[in-house]
Design a protein around this ligand. Structure first.
Ligand code: RIB
Length: 301
């Protein structure tokens, strides 16, 4: 039985740590290049699997050597890759600079991710997972189709509208949980989001557009849960930040697994905050995602 189906991207992350982000026209030196398994979809699949959920991934890789590299990472984390198709394009990549403060800047090349289609989604229609996780690194019509099928099949949908893009109201309406960060929420609403009051105001606009539950991730300020007339800020944990890459993905995987264990929303968000915080203490995307045991030890300490 599959608990979670992730329909999304797989990327080879080409990562260089540098003292700061170069300005236009500037050349600087960084550390050795590292090639690390990533992609928001695959990261969220690994994040949920490390938390103990049974997870399947649906997406595409290309015909180059990055494809098997990404599949191996999923398989070694017990993610079912039956529905990851290899086509004749290039595998998706993310060229990432991580600066001295652990912040990143990313350039995506979609490659095979850009070809994930509604027909691909239909290939997994027998799965009937409890939860479907969606992001925006595959074509938006496919994301919308996946959400429509999820609704027909009785699966709950978590939509992480990342990277920031505008989306149709129907997609907002179909998601049971929509989890943007401040930048994404700002783009979705056209409103400035820079603190908790402005995040609350923008999240309420999302409710008027049909959202059921909006969870805004706020980095070191934790997360804000806005649903109906309720608004709750959930604090996070203080850690030494090494690299923020995939912290949002760790949050989503942690939140999904906590929901599956029956935690109520605020408690699931608190747990997800711990997962996100832990991910920032290690370098890279998938290598940084915490297990359930690591998360529980961290929370209890
Ligand atoms: O969320 C982090 C991910 O975003 C990276 O792994 C990179 O692949 C980009 O998709």
């Amino acid at each position: 039985m599959t608990d979670v189906l992730v329909i999304g991207s797989l990327n080879a992350d080409l990562v260089v740590r540098a003292p700061y982000f170069p300005k236009p026209g500037e050349t600087i030196s960084g550390d050795d290049l590292q090639i690390i398994p990533g992609g928001k979809g695959a990261n969220q699949a690994v994040a949920a699997a490390r938390q103990g959920a049974s997870v399947a991934m649906l997406g595409r890789v290309g015909s180059d050597s990055f494809g098997p590299f990404l599949l191996d990472s999923l398989k070694s984390n017990q993610v079912d890759v039956t529905h990851v198709r290899a086509d004749d394009s290039a595998t998706g990549t993310a060229t990432i600079i991580v600066d001295g403060n652990g912040q990143n800047s990313i350039v995506l090349s979609a490659g095979a991710n850009g070809k994930v289609s509604p027909a691909d989604v239909d290939s997994a229609s027998a799965l009937r997972p409890k939860l479907i996780l969606l992001q925006l690194e595959i074509p938006i019509p496919t994301v919308l189709y996946a959400a429509q099928r999820a609704r027909q099949n009785g699966s709950r949908v978590i939509l992480n509208p990342a990277p920031a893009k505008s989306i149709p109201d129907e997609l907002i309406f179909l998601a049971d949980f929509i989890i943007p960060n401040e930048t994404e929420l700002s783009l979705l609403t056209g409103m400035e989001v820079k603190n908790i009051p402005s995040a609350e105001k923008a999240a309420k606009v999302m409710l008027t557009r049909g959202a059921k539950n909006v969870i805004v991730t706020l980095g070191s300020k934790g997360a804000l849960v806005v649903s109906g007339t309720q608004m709750t800020q959930v604090d996070t944990y203080k850690v030494e930040v090494v690299d923020t890459t995939a912290a949002g993905d760790a949050f989503i995987g942690g939140f999904a697994s906590a929901l599956l264990r029956g935690l109520e929303i605020e408690k699931a968000v608190k747990y997800a905050n711990a997962c996100g915080a832990l991910a920032t203490t290690k370098f890279g995307a998938q290598p940084s995602l915490p297990t359930r045991e690591e998360t529980e030890t961290f929370i209890s300490s």
